[in-house]
Design a protein around this ligand. Structure first.
Ligand code: GDD
Ligand code: MG
Length: 344
């Protein structure tokens, strides 16, 4: 099961039109990177838990046959939270009581061995097995301290006080649930798996296992992490089967002047135009972007059909679809520009 119903507020304005899991990293939606990896690990059938902009998923992914998996949709009219979404999907699961159900947050790039995680889960008959990873600053995530044998002691979602920072191990957003644990979640109401289901399971004495993994891991929830993930894929730092590592990626129908400079893992979206003397560094351009003569785009995300005028400079910024930056104008670090805005 893939959890893809969040609004992606931290990625606005990019998520005003496209839900976060469908934003292209290195030219391919995050969800498709995940589906492909799951398929290669042996997954044949996927339930997509949708809420925000479900139409975009059904339009692009359909029944999954193009990707070699069967996709079905469990839609929430009003978002039910992570636990509510998992419970809502139960009606579409075919597994029996003790069989494993693999569940992924829809905004994570990771190299974890999903098949090994499922195998380890089945061998121990845990209620839930969690993929954990270590990060320098765990405060934005769910902290998961474990005992020496890997059993989870506590679950601390987005801790508010320094005393709660008891570990650098975090929930990596990839779970294996025993089917009957899903059925036991209260139906048809908002439930957080992180704040309610996991703590309640621990209180009841159930076994939750945490498996610390050291392979590549990144949550793409902010524009800066999104850029990191995309450039890591292009440069071969993040796992992407069959991709030849490169300094930049140019998608179908893009046109690039011979003396333009493109580097640091940038992706040039389909149909984009890069004029003479332009620089695109460490950036992601969505489809049909226009970068005019001598313009500079550094560490930035440029929405569909946006136009950066001659000599303009965009650094560390996020431009929504159709934004126009007039010739010579500057967009400063950290700016997020709404779709259709004209900057002069
Ligand atoms: N269907 C559905 N319904 N999906 C939802 C809902 C909902 O109401 N709310 C969130 N989701 C989906 C999002 O689309 C996303 O793919 C996933 O659930 C996680 O939500 P985020 O909003 O990205 O959560 P987070 O990044 O702050 O924290 C979560 O992920 C971290 C790891 O990346 C938590 O699980 C943390 O514990 C974890 O460390
Ligand atoms: Mg997230």
């Amino acid at each position: 099961m893939l959890l893809v119903g969040g609004e992606g507020t931290r990625l606005r304005p990019l998520t005003l039109t496209t839900p976060k899991p469908m934003l292209p990293v290195a030219g391919t939606p995050i969800t498709i990177h995940q589906i492909t990896r799951a398929r290669d690990a042996g997954v044949q059938r996927i339930v997509l838990g949708t809420a925000y902009r479900a139409d975009v998923f059904t339009d692009h992914l359909g029944d999954g046959s193009r990707l070699g998996v069967e996709i079905v949709y469990a839609h929430e009219e009003t978002p039910l939270g992570t636990g509510g979404a998992i419970r809502n999907a139960a009606a579409h699961l075919r597994s029996d009581g003790h069989e494993p159900v693999l569940i992924l947050n829809g905004d994570v790039l990771s190299g974890v061995d999903m098949a090994a995680l499922v195998d380890g889960h089945v061998a121990t008959d845990a209620a839930v097995t969690l993929h954990l990873t270590r990060v320098d600053d765990p405060r934005r995530y769910g902290l998961v301290p474990t005992d020496g044998d890997g059993s989870v002691r506590q679950f601390l979602e987005k801790p508010q006080t320094p005393e709660e920072i008891v570990t650098d191990q975090i929930n990596a957003g990839c779970y294996v649930f025993r089917r009957d644990v899903i059925d036991a979640i209260a139906p048809d109401r908002v439930v957080s798996v992180e704040r309610e289901v996991f703590p309640a399971l621990l209180d009841s004495g159930a076994l939750i296992r945490g498996v610390v993994d050291t392979s590549y891991w990144l949550d793409l929830g902010t524009p800066w992490d999104f850029l990191q993930g995309s450039t890591d894929l292009v440069r071969g730092v993040a796992p992407w089967d069959g991709h030849q590592p490169a300094d930049f990626l140019v998608l179908d129908g893009a046109q690039i002047a011979a003396d333009a400079v493109i580097d640091n893992g940038s992706t040039i979206g389909p149909g984009s135009h890069i004029a003479s003397g332009a620089l695109v560094r460490g950036s992601v351009l969505f489809a049909d972007a226009i970068i005019e003569q001598g313009a500079q785009v550094v560490d930035s995300v440029v929405g569909i059909g946006a136009c950066i005028g001659a000599g303009a400079s965009v650094r560390g910024a996020v431009l929504g679809d159709g934004v126009v930056v007039r010739p010579g104008a500057q967009v400063a670090e950290g700016e997020r520009i709404d779709p259709g805005t004209v900057i002069s």
